[in-house]
Write a protein that binds this ligand. Structure first.
Ligand SMILES: [Zn+2]
Length: 187
């Protein structure tokens, strides 16, 4: 950040009084600009055991498959965000069930909240951010072509819990390593 979003003056990176980390502070109006993690909300749309996946038409990870999910907008709830993202990316209606995963991605300052959801059988098609959308049974999921580790981990947990007939909230974090990543599951 170079300029203040409030008044347009230059900012400097300093530790404000009574704080313990660097913040961008406006030299003119003194506004302290805080940056905090963003929430990504999404769902696992299930129709008779098959999951709706979207092939990304946008960077990053253009052409890779993902679950409908995206950044929350101001003024909406996490479930509203999950429903909206599914509508935007797959032109599909879902009925949100329970929260399923809370996965922290500290290296990109994001938290993923993914809900289990029932896909309505009224159809689906590619939204503007998707090249293709389709339903996948576990054996047919393009595991080697999934967009993000958080999606791969969420999907594999989902199928594991579904087989066991016991869904519980899964929480954890994904840590970036020199090569690949490490998934740390808390629950
Ligand atoms: Zn300012």
């Amino acid at each position: 950040m170079k300029y203040c979003g409030e008044c347009g003056s230059q900012v400097e990176l300093v530790i404000p009084k009574d704080d313990n980390r660097h913040r961008h502070v406006c030299l003119s109006c003194k506004t302290i600009h805080y940056y905090n993690p963003k929430i990504v909300a999404g769902c696992i749309p299930d129709l008779d055991g098959k999951i709706l996946l979207c092939k990304r038409a946008i960077e990053p990870q253009y052409g890779k498959w993902t679950l409908p999910a995206g950044f929350m907008e101001n003024g909406e709830s996490t479930t509203q965000a999950a429903v909206r993202e599914t509508l935007e990316e797959a032109n599909a209606m879902v009925e949100i069930q329970d929260l399923y995963t809370v996965i922290n991605l500290p290296h990109v300052n994001q938290v993923y909240l993914i809900y289990r959801a029932k896909l309505s059988d009224e159809g689906y098609s590619s939204g503007v951010e998707s090249l293709e959308v389709d339903l996948y049974a576990e054996a047919d999921v393009p595991w080697e072509h999934l967009a993000f580790p958080v999606i791969r981990e969420t999907l594999s947990l989902y199928f594991e819990d579904k087989r066991a007939g016991n869904f519980k909230i899964r929480t954890g974090e994904i840590l970036k390593k020199e090569e690949g990543y490490e998934m740390r599951l808390h629950t």
